[in-house]
Design a binder for this molecule. Structure first.
Ligand code: IPE
Ligand code: IPE
Ligand code: MG
Length: 235
């Protein structure tokens, strides 16, 4: 048999290098408490901050967070505005922290079509964090089907469509292979996130609502991952 495709690199180590999280449940967290959904999103940002600050001992090379999907534009104008404003505030307040903590920001998705001031802030953040050794990839205006279509079109323009040439054009081309995909809030679906990259990722669905997610939850998820046997179709 030939080698596994480069896009599905086999790994024997028990340590996860790349974890991605579908951060779901902000709205329900707020509604349960009789609060506006916007408060749930604010608390969701705090959960992100806690997690990024607690990353150091986890020895991850990359954490990818689903922050805004290409389908989230279907929400009310007010909710989308709240989310965009939170993003502006988060970049402004946490950029110095990223730089100080050796974090290299990556953005996946169609982020260049966000509001021009957000695009400018993100470009600045990408430049200022470019020397960091731990990657934090944020999925903004991200949809996996669109990402794959864009990558396939680029591969075709270069002359050859294969799993390897498509993978090389994905937004995640410079991130490590995905080891573990976590979704919070009890929903068991991918909602158009990392469909290609998840081909052989391990999955974990937890009931915790995103604003309640703590670094300890991620540590537990990493312990769970370390117990799993990855087979990639072999024996
Ligand atoms: C996740 O929380 C945040 C985003 C999708 C931006 P939700 O807003 O989807 O929360 P629920 O699913 O309504 O509880
Ligand atoms: C997925 O959550 C997107 C993000 C977490 C950013 P959604 O809440 O949008 O997904 P659905 O609508 O429940 O599938
Ligand atoms: Mg949701």
């Amino acid at each position: 048999m030939g080698d596994s495709p480069a896009s599905i690199a086999p790994r024997t180590s028990g340590r996860a290098r790349h974890v991605a999280i579908i951060m779901d449940g902000n709205g329900r967290w707020a509604t349960k408490r009789g609060l506006p959904r916007a408060v749930g999103h604010q608390r969701g940002v705090e959960a992100v901050r806690r997690l990024v600050r607690g990353l150091e001992p986890m020895e991850l090379d990359c954490l990818t967070l689903y922050a805004f999907s290409s389908e989230n534009w279907k929400r009310s104008v007010d909710e989308v505005d709240d989310l965009m404003n939170l993003m502006r505030r988060f970049i402004k307040s946490d950029l110095p922290d990223f730089v100080a903590n050796d974090v290299q920001l990556k953005i996946i998705g169609d982020w260049q079509s966000l509001a021009p001031d957000i695009v400018a802030m993100l470009e600045d953040a990408l430049t200022k964090t470019s020397n960091g050794s731990k990657k934090l990839a944020v999925a903004l205006n991200y949809g996996a089907q669109h990402e794959i279509a864009r990558a396939a079109a680029k591969a075709a323009a270069l002359g050859e469509i294969t799993p390897e040439t498509i993978a090389a054009q994905l937004d995640t081309h410079d991130l490590p292979p995905l080891d573990l995909l976590i979704r919070t809030s009890g929903e068991i679906r991918l909602s158009n996130f990392l469909l290609w990259q998840a081909a052989y990722a391990e999955m974990l669905f937890v009931d915790t609502l995103w604003p309640d997610f703590k670094p300890e939850h991620l540590e537990r998820a990493l312990d769970d991952f370390a117990q799993r046997e990855r087979r990639y179709g072999g024996r």
